[in-house]
Design a protein around this ligand. Sequence first.
Ligand code: ZN
Length: 296
Amino acid sequence: MSFIEFQRKFATEKACQQHLFELRWPEGYQCPRCGHTHASFHSTRHLYQCKSCKYQASLTAGTIFHKTRTPLRKWFWMIFLMGRQKSGISMLSLKRMLEIKGYRTVWIMGHKIRKAMAERDAYYKLAGIVEMGDTYFGAPKSAKRGSGAAGKAKVVVAVETHKDKPGFATMQKVEHLSGHEISQALTDRLDDGVVSRSDGWRAYAVLKTGNYTHQPVIVGTGENAVKVLPWVHTVIANVKGNIRGVCHGVGPKHLSRYLSEFCYRFNRRFCESQMFDRILTACVKCTTITYAELKA
Ligand SMILES: [Zn+2]
């Protein structure tokens, strides 16, 4: 969808509400409590009241848009733009482009959308041959692997490889680069029978248990590492470039959600045309996060 088409399609609040309605109730309205399909609509309060059990439901209840004071039109644009820009888009640009008053408002909106992306992406499992690697965010170059670089975020990266092309990718923040934590962070995301390839770091040996096979590869110098595990290095370089360029650095507390946003887009890089609908569906179906939870 072009910018012009998007603008035309979602020109009014009503058009956005209609679209959201069709996404939530594709078969027509259904009461969330009793399943009854007839309801009356209170236009002033924007509530649907079930004709059977009288339960009142709002269009946005149970979505990330619940109780928002920002018009849906701005949310829709934000989702469109976040999905559209391959390298991501800064919250400050969105604030200006969409005329959202406070930075805090746009910052919370961004994190709610990222959380929805993360929940959807968690359904993707990596299969076949998977390259593994790890990196630090915001660490000095001399940071020790394993336990070093206190306070810096350690991230495990896994990328499915198909001959000379990457498939799905996932990145998970860990406290320590230990076998136990690597296994906890990744096993939900790895399909049975995965063959993992990584350097000989001892913690990765955990990936030869159960249904997995592990192939340690000789990495040697930095240049060779890029040759033997090319996709892990490409993905790490890209996400770091994104975070530097777009977000101007991210603290360890919120890093996971930025990584999820990156992986979400990366994993759907061949379905750009469906990006808006997919993210919007995720926003409708995810459990949301509050400002208090974000600050905790
Ligand atoms: Zn009902």
